[in-house]
Write a protein that binds this ligand. Sequence first.
Ligand SMILES: [Zn+2]
Length: 436
Amino acid sequence: MTEVLLRGRLLTFHDEPMGGEASADAFTYIEDGGLLLRDGTIAAMDEFSALRAGEGRNLEVIDHRPHLIMPGFIDAHIHFPQMQVVGSYAGALLEWLNRYTFVEEQKFSNQGHPERIASAFFDELIRHGTTTAAAYCSVHKASVQAFFAESHRRNTRMVAGKVMMDRNAPPGLLDTAQSGYDDSKALIAEWHGKGRQHYAITPRFAPTSTPEQLEMSGALASEHPDLHIQTHLCENTAEIAFVAELFPWSRDYTHVYEHYGLLGPKTLLGHCIHLTDAEIRAIAESRSVAVFCPTSNLFIGSGLFDLARLRASEPSVRNAIATDIGGGTSYSMLRTLDEGYKILNIQGQRYHPLRSFYQATLGNARALSLEDLIGSLKVGAEADCIVLDAGATPAMRLRMETVETLVEELFLLQTMGDDRSIVEVYVAGRPAKSTL
Ligand SMILES: [Zn+2]
């Protein structure tokens, strides 16, 4: 049995704190808390003194005071093969894809490259406090093998899949409807449910798949209804016009995915910026998830995600937040929350820091339908947690002198914080950052 008692200020969410600190039932905060990690799960969460006394044994205590302990961050949309694309000087989406991304992703057919990038990728996630991600691999089976092998080795809970794309990209990046299906099938058999790994059916987006491939993707989805599906939707206006040309029969972009049976409660739709009311309704009714990728949307100039509009629909649209590396510009969910705040603020939408930290943890776990396992510090949850320091830099320490409340501290963390604010990361109960 491996067991350790963490001491620090504990914060975890039970629900979305729509009213900020007035939503006291939505979160638990313990000033001098104890978090007991046993065999990879959270065995107890309480006042430190109560746990220390109640356990009555020689527990190993790791004292993280005065830092904040929270569930690990969850990134709902990221591209593992794009580590060397970040910061490419392109204009809008289609130029960015053709000029940089589709060139870079071809390197994943080179011997040793997927393994090298997978190792760097997991180092970077851990460094930034991200313990779970929904990731796109490249079209090459080897990229998925490398990704899951690395994740399995590190015992991280990950969602990932082989991108399927059979048109409108360089030949070196294309599969076929049949090979995309066969490769996905083999990878599902090998990796889905192995340790903490989840397979996601991953047609890149409508412009790079033929109708035959989308049909095969739908077949995979109906043969494996428990799998996630991830793709992109309505990121950019030129992309939307291209989809209308490629699928002239479809009412709109969303209808293409709907037609092939790709919407549903485990479907993650990256971006969802330029949507009609009918599309919002279709997404909401299917219980699919709209994934907000703020740094990417600003960097590629795609547009402003309208959270209030999505949430105001009846039923409301489920949502998540993500980095979208390499269109996104930071691996940090703190940087991502900061840019998300700005995008909403410029549209007149206030976004309370308690809501943003909820979103990066339990909110994203719910979006991935994994809230029973991750995203909180509740007893029985997997022990993926992070230790945050709001005074990680001289400028932050100076600003912290005037911070009086938890909410102010959280807002400072998201406004000025990055990987330097992540003091430690526990993956299934084991320290993962200090051992990098
Ligand atoms: Zn993306």
